[in-house]
Design a protein around this ligand. Structure first.
Ligand SMILES: NC(=O)c1ccc[n+]([C@@H]2O[C@H](COP(=O)([O-])OP(=O)(O)OC[C@H]3O[C@@H](n4cnc5c(N)ncnc54)[C@H](O)[C@@H]3O)[C@@H](O)[C@H]2O)c1
Length: 451
């Protein structure tokens, strides 16, 4: 046992009788219903008709959720793979109009807006075409595949005046709303550091999806699917199903998972700007299946002067978690819980450093310390840690509802094109730093990522 350990224990024992601000714990169960969800049936004139572009893993879920929102109807679906026309009809109705050409939906005057869940390399074109056709769009995250794509999308959205909602649905969760409230009330004091992490550990979590059995150039427009990526590749079902593994189509764990952590953090802290700097480490450490995107990716950022440390791992499972650290306490945010533990940030016991004083000096220090502090500490109100639980809360439904409501009312959405652009830039900086093997900075004047 070291001397300072002994002293600390000794002093803690001495001060236990006088320390105020003792910590109690409170648990609160929040109800499942969100205030943002419309519950009444909309009048027929209020009905929003949408077209679905991309009916894959995410699009099929968005489609099924959207059609169960009051006053929302699907008027058609587009996908380059015919099997997904069948799927769209199974989800909506057997006679749903389906097409391979998404522009057919944009030309349809009965369609008010679009929900798009196409791979990342198609986001720019789909968003620009949709807003240029005078329609609003919900587009999946990450908003852009490159920084330049993001600028083009922001420009097109601003020029058209159409609504763009980006699909990082965490920002519509009850957890993010509660955390944002706690931060806005100043309960954390000065923000010191934000940490966030997420890990998975199974082939599906690492994107090794099974391609549909019947996929062929006859039922998939493979040439269009590849977009403007060069060089064009021969038909490859693995690329179709596992496009996230390659930077030509996807944005890696940064665009797939980090973007959720970043968007949630920006929302909770009221940040709407790209990071100033990013420095990443990582590698293809486990899933050596021909991918060119890392399966482990850790990034240290400066958002303004706030240090932020995010880490993603596809070969060790870790539930998605934030630790927002402040001078007055710690806020932990999980998938369905938010916990705040207050901290006084003052000495509630005599400094253990004085274990290094000779006895007479130490006794004098203790005498003075107790005379100055005991009464003050005894008067401190009890501190209370508080945990909120949100059982099985679905954030996609309120996020979609927020979009359809905006289409109806023209009120701003929760995650617009500028917010989406900034969150995506943080992901592009994480990737650029990883590939360039050096820290990168955001140059706002030229709109580029610099080493
Ligand atoms: N918000 C979330 O939690 C979440 C979850 C998963 C995926 N996503 C995002 O959703 C998007 C789609 O991901 P996915 O896993 O569903 O991919 P997917 O490959 O399963 O589905 C994409 C579909 O889009 C179709 N498509 C591609 N280009 C098209 C085009 N030009 N016109 C019409 N259809 C086209 C494909 O044929 C395919 O059926 C991605 O941007 C992804 O990052 C978001």
């Amino acid at each position: 046992m070291t001397k300072s350990n002994f002293s600390r224990r000794e002093f803690l024992g001495v001060s236990a009788a006088v320390a105020g601000g003792s910590l109690a714990a409170r648990n609160v169960l929040l109800s499942q219903e969100s205030e943002t969800l419309p519950t009444r049936r909309a009048a027929p004139s209020d009905t929003v008709k949408f077209g679905m572009i991309g009916v894959g893993m995410q699009g099929s879920g968005l489609l099924g959720t959207s059609i169960h929102l009051p006053g929302v109807e699907c008027a058609g679906a587009a996908d380059l793979y015919d099997g997904r026309h069948t799927l769209a009809r199974e989800i909506v109705r057997p006679d749903l109009p389906v097409t391979r050409r998404y522009r057919d939906l944009l030309d349809n005057k009965n369609i008010d807006c679009i929900v798009a869940a196409v791979p990342d390399h198609w986001h720019r074109q789909v968003v620009i075409d949709t807003v240029s056709a005078g329609k609003d769009i919900y587009c999946e995250k990450p908003m852009s595949h490159t920084a330049a794509d993001g600028f083009a999308m922001v420009d097109a959205a601003k020029r058209s005046g159409r609504i763009v909602q980006i699909g990082s649905q965490r920002v519509s969760s009850q957890t993010c709303a509660k955390a944002r409230e706690i931060v806005a009330q100043g309960m954390l004091g000065d923000l010191m550091l934000v940490e966030g992490w997420l890990g998975r550990n199974d082939p599906t979590g690492a994107w090794q999806y099974p391609p549909p059995f019947d996929l062929s150039p006859q039922n998939l427009d493979w040439d269009t699917w590849q977009g403007d990526v060069v060089p064009k590749r021969p038909f490859n079902p693995l690329i179709f199903a596992r496009w996230r593994c390659w930077k030509e189509y996807g944005t890696g764990v940064a665009g797939d998972l980090l973007v959720h952590l970043i968007s949630g953090m920006m929302f909770m802290l009221g940040i709407n700007e790209p990071p100033r700097q990013a420095a990443a480490v990582g590698g293809i450490r486990h899933w050596k299946d021909g991918r060119n995107m890392p399966d482990v990716h850790g990034v240290v950022y400066y958002f303004g002067d706030l240090p932020v440390y995010m880490r993603l791992n596809l070969a060790t499972e870790m539930p998605e978690t934030y630790r927002i650290q402040g001078s007055k306490g710690l806020l932990e945010v999980g998938g369905s819980s938010v916990s705040f533990t207050p901290q006084l940030g003052i000495d509630t016991y005599p400094s253990y450093y004085t274990g290094s004083f000779p006895r007479a000096m130490r006794e004098e220090y203790l005498r003075r310390w107790h005379a100055e502090n005991d009464e003050k500490l005894a008067r401190l109100p009890p501190q209370e840690s508080i945990s909120y639980r949100m059982p099985d809360f679905d954030d996609t439904r309120p996020h979609l509802a927020n979009f359809f409501d905006a289409v109806r009312t023209r009120k701003p959405v929760v995650e617009d094109v500028v917010f989406g652009h900034h969150a995506a830039l943080a992901c592009h900086m994480a990737n650029e730093s990883y590939f360039r093997k050096t820290a990168v900075t955001w140059d706002g004047a030229s709109g580029t990522i610099r080493s």
